[in-house]
Design a protein around this ligand. Structure first.
Ligand code: FE2
Ligand code: FE2
Length: 274
């Protein structure tokens, strides 16, 4: 049995063992999913501006943590994007990002003032915990699914970062009733159905010169994006995701609720990508 390496915070692009890249181990569905993920991650600096606005009153230490968080998310995008460019020379991260940004602007990026779209700083913390639970599980699933050594390393490094991000936001979680937290969390899960995943998948996987023949269709690309993501997941990754969210709600991550929610989410995701 091999022991998984421990990846510490603060790694750089130079720490990745790029020379181990093995093109024969690249799997096309996973490549498509990685390209889309690269765009979403690389777009994070915009989100830092938004979070800093929401947390303007929280003090310099929180703002510094948010800056660091944004740098790490952008690096996730760069690392995944560089890997995708090695795996598919036709893919160009910067160009795909420009198209993605041109067509996708979530509501909260254009809002001004300190009000969060989720109503409050407290809500924002819970929403962040949900997102980081999702990314932590997703990159763990990619790490476990791929046989390509460089992607395995990058996904392992990112999964470790995402778990630290979850803890960063978890430690700031407010005192709220379980039901209030659940309400916010469910809202965030529903939000992830939005254009971001479908459109990032489209911009990442349809070349500009192919756009006319393959116009954007949200339903079609949402399904393709779900199918690509689901190809890496096993039931235990989804259970881990649910446990992290349930813990953030203040409930028992190993109790009946976590088991039921895990089974429900697994069925729902399977149905969505069927
Ligand atoms: Fe990330
Ligand atoms: Fe993260």
């Amino acid at each position: 049995m091999t022991v998984a390496p421990v990846y510490k915070q603060g790694w750089t692009m130079d720490d990745v063992h790029w020379s181990l890249f093995d093109p024969t181990k690249v799997e096309p569905t996973l490549l498509a999913a990685v390209k889309a993920a690269a765009l979403v991650e690389y777009n994070a600096p915009d989100y830092v501006i938004y979070l800093k606005r929401v947390f303007a009153a929280a003090g310099p230490q929180t703002l510094a943590s948010l800056e660091q968080w944004g740098r790490e998310e952008a690096q996730h995008g760069r690392a995944l994007g560089r890997w995708a460019e090695m795996a598919d020379p036709k893919f160009r991260l910067e160009e795909a990002l420009t198209r993605f940004r041109g067509g996708y602007t979530p509501e909260h990026f254009t809002e001004t003032g300190e009000s969060s779209v989720r109503g409050s700083r407290r809500g924002e913390m819970i929403a962040r915990c949900v997102v980081e639970s999702g990314t932590s599980s997703y990159y763990s699933a990619i790490r476990d699914a791929t046989e390509e050594p460089v992607l395995k390393e990058i996904a392992g490094r990112i999964a470790a970062d995402e778990y630290r991000h979850y803890k960063l936001f978890y430690d700031t979680l407010p005192e709220l009733s379980f039901w209030k937290k659940l309400w916010i969390a469910v809202g965030r899960v529903r939000e992830s159905d939005d254009d971001e995943l479908a459109y990032s998948y489209y911009c990442a996987n349809v070349l500009p010169e192919e756009e006319a023949a393959n116009p954007y269709n949200r339903k079609k690309y949402s399904k393709l994006a779900s199918q690509a993501s689901m190809s890496v997941y096993h039931r235990h990754h989804i259970q881990k995701l649910v446990q992290m969210v349930i813990k953030a709600m203040g409930a028992n991550p190993h109790g009946w609720m976590a088991n039921m929610a895990g089974a429900f989410l697994w069925r729902r995701l399977a149905a969505k990508s069927a």
